[in-house]
Design a protein around this ligand. Structure first.
Ligand code: GDP
Length: 456
C-alpha cells in the first residue's frame, strides 16, 4: 500500500470559471505549507481549527495571488484522516493554477485522481465500498442512483456485508474447533445447527446479492437488445422508447462493431439499448447471419425484446434465439403492429404479464405496458428505500461467496469432509472481505481509485 508521508494537493473544484475555486491539501506538512502561504516575513500565523479564516494567499515575493477563506482540519478529524487544509479562492483557471503551483513549490505534491479518498480508505475513515460510493455519487445520472450511492456511503451496504462476515467467522470458528478436537466429533445436534446457520447465510447472501444487482443497475444500467426479423418494427420501437422522455443520455459504441448503445433513462434508471443495426439491414427472411447477430446481441444483454408481428407465429429464427437465450437473460416477446388488428383492444387487454406485450410501435398503444414491464424487470416497481449502490465487482464477489457456501453445505453432510467445509468458509470470508477492502490487492485499489476525479 502507498506510503502517506508526503503532502498532496489538488484543485478540488471542476476546471473552468466559477464563483469559488477550492484547493485541497492533505498530509503531514499541510499546516506548515498553509502558514508559509499566508506569511509575510517571519510573521507566524494561527490557522484556527475547523474555522473559516479570511486570509491572503501570497506568492514567494509577497505579492498577493488571491484572498479567500482558509479552513484547517487537524488530523484525525478530516476527510482523509490526515491534516487537511482547504483554500477557497476565486474560481478562475489561472488563479487556481497559480495557487496550486505555489503550494507545490512549498513542498506539496500534485495528487493523483482519487488520492484523497484513497487516503481516507488507508486511514480507515471509510471502507472500499464507501470509497466507491463517493465516486458513484459524483457520477450519478439520476436521483435514484444518487440516493443509493448516499446509502452506501453512509455504510448501509458495508454493514450488511460485515454482519454476514461475522456470522461466517463464528461458523468457521466452530467448525475449526471441532476439527481441533476430533474426539468430540460433530454430533447430530451440532451438525443440524451448523447446517441451519449455513443455510441462513446462503439466504442472507441471496438477499444482499439481489439488492446489489438492483443497486448496480441503478448505477451502471441494464442492457436491452431488440431482436427480430427485418421490418418487424425494431427501429420504430427503439425510437419510441428513446423519444418517450426525450432522454437520450449519450450514444456510445458498443463492444462489437455492429452494435451501438443508446442510453435512455426509465424513471431515472439507465437502460442501455443495444441497437443491433446489422439485423435490421438484412433482407432475407431466413438468414443465418441475422440469427448470428441476434445471438450476439442476446449474449451481451440483460433483457431481450424479441419482436414479432402480432398475428404471426414464432418462426424458426425466433425459436432459435429463444432456445439459445441464457438463463440470466430476461426475454420478453413483443407483438407489434396491433394497430392493424381488428381486435386491438382485446390484445391490449392481455398485457398483464411480464413475458409478452402487445403494442403498436407506430401509434404508441401498449408502449406504456412495455415500459411497466421493463420497470418490473429492472426492479423499479418495488424500489423500497433500501437499495444501496453496488458495482459489478461486488456482484462478482457475492456470487463467488455464494458458490463457496453452497459447496460448504454439500461438505457438511460428511464428517470426513469437515475440513473442506472449513476451507470453503475461509474462502467465502476472503471473497466477502474483498468487497469492503479487508482483503484486497494493491493493483485492484489502483484501478478503483484511478477512475476518480482529481481532487477527490
Ligand atoms: P425494423 O426493420 O424491424 O427496424 O422495422 P422498422 O421499425 O424500420 O419498421 C418497418 C416498417 O414497419 C416501417 O414501414 C414502419 O413504419 C412499420 N411499422 C413499424 N411498427 C409498426 C406498427 O406498430 N404498426 C404499423 N402499422 N406499422 C409499423
Amino acid at each position: 500500500m502507498v506510503a502517506t508521508n508526503d503532502t498532496i494537493a489538488a484543485i478540488a473544484t471542476p476546471p473552468g470559471r466559477g464563483g469559488v475555486g477550492i484547493i485541497r491539501l492533505s498530509g503531514v506538512d499541510a499546516p506548515k505549507i498553509a502558514k508559509q502561504l499566508l506569511a509575510k516575513g517571519s510573521h507566524a500565523h494561527d490557522l484556527g481549527i475547523r474555522e473559516a479564516r479570511f486570509s491572503s494567499f501570497l506568492a514567494e515575493d509577497g505579492a498577493l495571488i488571491d484572498s479567500g477563506i482558509l479552513i484547517y482540519y487537524p488530523q484525525p478529524a478530516s476527510y482523509t484522516g490526515e491534516h487537511v487544509v482547504e483554500l477557497q479562492g476565486h474560481g478562475g483557471r489561472v488563479v487556481m493554477s497559480m495557487l496550486l503551483d505555489r503550494v507545490i513549490a512549498l513542498g506539496a505534491r500534485q495528487a493523483r485522481p482519487g488520492e484523497f479518498t484513497e487516503r481516507a480508505f488507508i486511514n480507515n475513515k471509510i471502507d472500499l465500498v464507501q470509497a466507491e460510493a463517493v465516486a458513484g455519487l459524483i457520477d450519478s445520472v439520476s436521483s435514484q442512483a444518487a440516493r443509493s450511492a448516499v446509502r452506501s456511503l453512509e455504510g448501509e451496504f458495508s454493514r450488511n456485508i460485515n454482519d454476514l462476515l461475522q456470522r461466517l467467522v463464528n461458523l468457521r470458528m466452530f467448525v475449526e474447533s471441532v476439527l481441533d478436537f476430533p474426539e468430540e466429533e460433530i454430533d447430530f445436534i451440532h451438525g443440524a445447527e451448523v447446517k441451519e446457520k449455513l443455510s441462513d447465510c446462503v439466504d442472507e447472501l441471496g438477499k444482499i446479492l439481489k439488492g446489489a444487482q438492483q443497486g448496480a443497475m441503478l448505477g451502471e444500467g441494464l442492457r436491452l437488445a431488440i431482436v427480430g426479423r427485418p421490418n418487424v418494427g425494431k427501429s420504430s420501437l427503439l425510437n419510441r422508447l428513446a423519444g418517450r422522455e426525450a432522454a437520450i443520455v449519450s450514444k456510445t459504441p458498443g463492444t462489437t462493431r455492429d452494435i451501438v448503445e443508446e442510453n435512455i433513462l426509465i424513471e431515472g434508471a439507465p437502460l442501455n439499448i443495444l441497437d443491433t443495426a446489422g439485423i435490421r439491414e438484412s433482407q432475407d427472411d431466413i438468414e443465418e447471419e441475422g440469427i448470428k447477430r441476434a445471438l450476439n446481441a442476446v449474449s451481451q444483454a440483460d433483457i431481450v425484446l424479441l419482436m414479432v408481428e402480432h398475428e404471426k407465429d414464432i418462426g424458426r429464427e425466433e425459436q432459435t434465439v429463444l432456445d439459445m437465450c441464457p438463463d440470466n437473460v430476461t426475454m420478453v416477446i413483443v407483438r407489434n403492429k396491433i394497430d392493424l388488428a381488428d381486435n386491438k383492444q382485446a390484445l391490449l387487454d392481455k398485457n398483464r404479464g411480464e413475458t409478452e406485450v402487445f403494442l403498436s410501435a407506430k401509434t404508441g398503444e401498449g408502449i406504456e405496458d412495455l415500459v411497466q414491464c421493463l420497470k418490473t424487470i429492472m426492479g423499479l416497481n418495488n424500489t423500497g428505500e433500501d437499495v444501496c449502490m453496488a458495482r459489478t465487482r461486488h456482484l462478482n464477489a457475492l456470487s463467488e461467496t455464494k458458490e463457496f457456501l453452497k459447496r460448504g453445505l454439500q461438505h457438511l453432510g460428511n464428517v470426513n469432509t469437515l475440513e473442506l467445509l472449513a476451507e470453503d468458509l475461509r474462502l467465502s470470508q476472503k471473497s466477502l472481505g474483498v468487497i469492503t477492502g479487508n482483503f484486497v490487492a494493491d493493483d485492484l485499489l489502483g484501478e478503483i481509485f484511478s477512475k476518480f476525479c482529481i481532487g477527490k
